[in-house]
Write a protein that binds this ligand. Structure first.
Ligand code: NAD
Ligand code: UDP
Length: 310
């Protein structure tokens, strides 16, 4: 198949490019390089089945493709808050452009939605049927509400125009190729520990997250895209739940060295707890994550060690 990946030079997108090329597909990677890097897909350049296009998803695009994975959107809070209006446009106008293309060329289109659609949840763990608890006017809203509006557009194009959609809600995912200055917690803690700096726990560190290793997630993406039973939304993530203090202690144990834990103020609207209910993914895809946090953290530490040495 010919497959378009928007945001293909980013963390998740570049791993997806690798897997789809391995499977023998043609891949068009579209990216504006806001948080993506050529280094993430450099090894694919020159492959006759791989094309790289510098383009912004808010400007229309046309490709003859069978599948579209829409991943274009900054995912880390400092990056999506850098230009919140642009973040909202990327989610909403980007979704419209992907859906319009899917409608014209009859491609199946996949939306990388997020656990952020649940906001600061008062149902725990979060099943897909939960509508969420989201602040519409806060600092995280450009991302949360942008992704919620994108989901609405996906389901309206599906109902109104018969567009063949797949919507995934991704819970915190980590692994090699995250940016060292990405701002998300796993990369922050590992880079801080490797550089001998103190680990910055926001607030008391009692807030929880559930961390999925990138290979598990990308496997779930492809299984979901190619099944015919449901269009979603479907949660994908690792249900293992940890406090940020536990994560910091794990990273300190694995890296060693002299770093300590320091506390910084908790950002506004920071969700207190988050854990996916993945029953639907288990039943429909026979999918569940295989890589435990300790093992995934070791692989990610090894990646950052060599990336920081370069
Ligand atoms: P990332 O920042 O590494 O990747 C995003 C990619 O999109 C980057 O390559 C960036 O340059 C590109 N991009 C941003 N704005 C664009 C635009 N206007 N036009 C074209 N390209 C643009 O983040 P990631 O973790 O790889 O996330 C990929 C997708 O998955 C995002 O949509 C994100 O919201 C979603 N997601 C990720 C996680 C996670 O934990 N990693 C969790 C929930 C949802
Ligand atoms: N966090 C932290 N220290 C950091 C970065 C993040 O304690 O250096 C916390 C943050 O406040 C949040 C959790 O870690 O409670 C996950 O943050 P991240 O930005 O990775 O993802 P999100 O909040 O979007 O789930």
């Amino acid at each position: 198949m010919r497959i378009l990946i928007t945001g293909g030079a980013g963390f998740l997108g570049s791993h997806l490019c690798d897997r789809l090329i391995e499977q023998g597909h043609e891949v068009i990677c579209l990216d504006n390089f806001f948080t993506g890097r050529k280094a993430n897909i450099q090894h694919l350049v020159g492959n006759p089945r791989f094309e790289l296009v510098r383009h912004d998803v808010i400007d229309p695009f046309k490709f003859e493709v069978d599948r579209i994975y829409n991943l274009a959107c900054p995912a880390s809070p400092p990056h999506y808050q850098y230009n919140p209006i642009k973040t909202m446009k990327t989610s909403v106008v980007g979704a419209i452009n992907c859906l319009g293309l899917a409608k014209r060329v009859k491609a199946r289109v996949f939306q990388a939605s997020t656990s952020e659609v649940y906001g600061d949840p008062n149902v725990h763990p979060q099943p897909e049927a939960y509508w969420g608890h989201v602040n519409p006017i806060g600092l995280r809203s450009c991302y949360d509400e942008g992704k919620r509006a994108a989901e609405t557009l996906f389901f309206d194009y599906h109902r109104e125009n018969g567009v063949d959609i797949r919507v995934i809600r991704i819970f915190n995912t980590y692994g090699p190729r995250m940016l060292p200055d990405d701002g998300r917690v796993v990369s922050n803690f590992i880079v801080q520990a490797l550089q001998g700096r103190d680990l910055t726990v926001y607030g008391e560190g009692s807030q929880t997250r559930s961390f999925c290793y990138v290979d598990d997630l990308v496997d779930g993406f492809m299984r979901f895209m190619e099944q015919e039973k449901i269009v979603g939304p479907m949660n994908l993530g690792n249900p293992g739940e940890f406090t940020m203090l536990q994560l910091a202690e794990l990273v300190l144990k694995k890296v060693g060295g002299k770093s300590k834990i320091t506390h910084l103020p908790l950002p506004s609207d920071d969700p207190k707890q988050r854990r996916p209910d993945i029953s639907l993914a288990k039943e429909t895809l026979g999918w569940e994550p295989k890589v435990p946090l300790e093992q995934g953290i070791e692989k990610t530490i090894a990646y950052f060690k060599s990336a920081l040495d370069k």
